[in-house]
Design a protein around this ligand. Structure first.
Ligand SMILES: [Fe+2]
Length: 429
C-alpha cells in the first residue's frame, strides 16, 4: 500500500476542502484495495461491519449530509438509504446492524460505482464554490467521520480474517521493524487545576473537534505518575504466565464473568503458546517490546491491579499528552503496534499517540455544559454516553492527522477487537 500524506484536518477554504476530500476518499479506497468482494462482505460478529458497508455508509453520509442539504439534489439510490443509514433516527429507517453481513446486494462493484458517482457530484459542488456554511461544516464532519471508519474497517476485517483457519493476511506485504527495548520510567505530575477539552466546533470558530470534546472546562487533577511507555507484550505475557486470568481477585466482577463465559486466557489474537499473534499481515512472532494490543477494558484493569498500579483517568492522560506533538506510529504500511517511535522531550511519556488506544478508568460521559451538534449530526456522539469507557491516544490503524490530545474514543468495556492496550498510572506518594 502506498504511503499517504497527512490529512488536511479541518480547513474551511474551498481549496483545503477539495484537498481533504480527495485525500480521505482515496485513502479509504486504498485500504479496501487488498480485499476481494468476498472479503468485503464478511461480518464476523454483531459489533463489526463488512468493509463493503463501511465503503457505502461513509458515502451515504456525504450524500445525505452535504448533497442532500440542497433541496435540488435528487437522491442517487433512495432504496439503499435503509441499508447504509447506521443509527440516525432523524434520517429514516435503518437495517439491523447485526445483519449487515447478509447484504450480498448491492455488490461491491455497485457500491464502488456509487462512491464514484457521489465523488463526482461532490467535486462538482466544490468546483462551483457553491458550499454554504452549513454544507461545508457537514463536509468537514464527513471527512473526520470517514477517517473513523477507516480504522473500523481495518479492525473489522482483521477480526473477520482471524476467524478463518487459514489465517489469511489482509496484506502480506505490511512492514515490520523490531521495537527498540526501552526501560519504563514514571513521570510525576503535581496536583493542579487543569484545562480539559476543546472549544466547541463550529460554534466557536476553532479547529475541528467532535462535540463530545467540548466545552473546555477545568478539572482538579490530583498528584499522579504516568508510565513512560504502554505495557508491552513481554510484560503482559508475565501476567498471563502468573495465572492472571485465573485469579478472580484481580478482576472486576463483570470482567471475571467474561473470563469465565468466553474462556479468555490471553489477548484476543495471541496463539496459545504466547509466542505469536495474528496481525493484518497474517500470523507473526510476538515482538516482546511492542505495546500489547487487543485487550478489553477488563483485561487492562486486571493487569494494572496485578502490576500494583491503575489505569489513568482521561483527565490525567490529557494533561500528560497536551504538550506533546501528535506524532507516532500511524504508518499505513505497518498497521501494527511497535517499531521505532518518534523522540519526545526528556522525561516525557513516549508512544502517547499511535500504536494502541489506551483504556482509561473514565466512563464515557458528557462534559459539563455539553451540547450536541445541531440537526442529524446531534446523533453522532451524545446518545452513546452510557455503559462505555473512554480510550485515548489513537492507534497504528488511526489515520495520520485525525487525532489530538482532547480526542475521546469510546467502546464497551468488553470490546477486544479494537487496537486497544494500556498505559499504567499510579498515585503519587
Ligand atoms: Fe458512521
Amino acid at each position: 500500500m502506498a504511503p499517504v500524506t497527512k490529512a488536511v484536518a479541518a480547513p474551511t477554504d474551498i481549496a483545503g476542502l477539495v484537498a481533504g476530500y480527495h485525500h480521505v476518499r482515496a485513502h479509504t479506497r486504498a485500504l479496501a484495495a487488498p480485499l476481494s468482494a468476498e472479503d468485503a462482505m464478511l461480518q464476523s460478529m454483531p459489533e463489526a461491519s463488512p468493509a463493503k458497508w463501511h465503503l457505502a455508509h461513509t458515502t451515504w453520509f456525504f450524500e445525505r449530509m452535504v448533497l442532500g442539504a440542497d433541496e435540488r439534489h435528487v437522491p442517487l439510490r433512495p432504496d439503499w438509504d435503509v441499508l447504509h443509514n447506521s443509527y440516525y433516527h432523524s434520517l429514516g429507517r435503518f437495517h439491523r446492524r447485526t445483519a449487515r453481513g447478509l447484504l450480498s446486494r448491492p455488490s461491491l462493484a455497485e457500491v464502488l460505482a456509487y462512491r464514484d458517482e457521489v465523488d463526482a457530484r461532490m467535486e462538482a459542488v466544490l468546483a462551483g464554490g457553491r458550499l454554504g456554511a452549513g454544507r461545508s461544516t457537514a463536509l468537514v464532519l464527513g471527512l473526520h467521520h470517514e477517517q473513523q471508519h477507516q480504522e473500523l474497517l481495518l479492525a473489522d476485517i482483521k477480526h473477520a480474517l482471524s476467524c478463518n483457519p487459514l489465517q489469511p493476511a489482509y496484506d502480506p506485504g505490511l512492514q515490520r521493524e523490531p521495537t527498540p527495548a526501552a526501560s519504563r520510567h514514571w513521570t510525576g505530575f503535581d496536583e493542579a487545576l487543569v484545562e480539559i477539552g476543546a472549544p466547541a466546533w463550529p460554534r466557536e470558530g476553532a479547529p475541528f473537534a467532535y462535540d463530545n470534546e467540548s466545552p473546555v472546562h477545568r478539572v482538579q487533577v490530583g498528584a499522579f505518575e504516568l508510565a513512560s511507555l504502554p505495557v508491552t507484550n513481554a510484560e503482559y505475557r508475565d501476567f498471563v504466565e502468573d495465572a492472571g486470568y485465573r485469579e478472580p481477585r484481580l478482576w472486576l466482577s463483570d470482567g471475571w464473568e467474561r473470563v469465565a463465559t468466553e474462556g479468555w486466557n490471553r489477548p484476543l489474537y495471541w496463539e496459545p503458546g504466547l509466542d505469536a499473534e495474528f496481525t493484518l499481515a497474517g500470523p507473526r512472532a510476538l515482538d516482546p517490546d511492542a505495546p500489547v494490543v487487543h485487550l478489553s477494558y477488563y483485561e487492562a484493569d486486571a493487569f494494572a491491579r496485578w502490576a500494583g498500579a491503575r489505569l489513568p483517568t482521561e483527565f490525567e492522560w490529557e494533561r500528560a499528552a497536551a504538550p506533546l506533538p501528535v506524532a507516532g506510529n500511524f504508518d499505513p504500511r505497518r498497521l501494527h503496534p511497535g517499531g521505532p517511535a518518534p523522540a519526545v522531550p526528556p522525561g516525557c511519556p513516549q508512544r502517547v499517540f499511535g500504536d494502541v488506544w489506551e483504556w482509561t478508568s473514565s466512563s464515557y460521559a458528557p462534559y459539563p455544559g455539553f451540547r450536541p451538534l445541531a440537526g442529524a449530526a446531534g446523533e453522532y456522539n451524545g446518545k452513546f454516553m452510557s455503559g462505555q469507557q473512554v480510550l485515548r491516544g489513537g492507534s497504528c490503524a488511526s489515520p495520520d492527522g485525525h487525532l489530538r490530545a482532547s480526542y475521546r474514543n469510546f467502546f464497551p468495556p468488553g470490546a477486544r477487537w479494537q487496537f486497544s492496550g494500556l498505559r499504567l498510572a499510579r498515585d503519587r506518594a
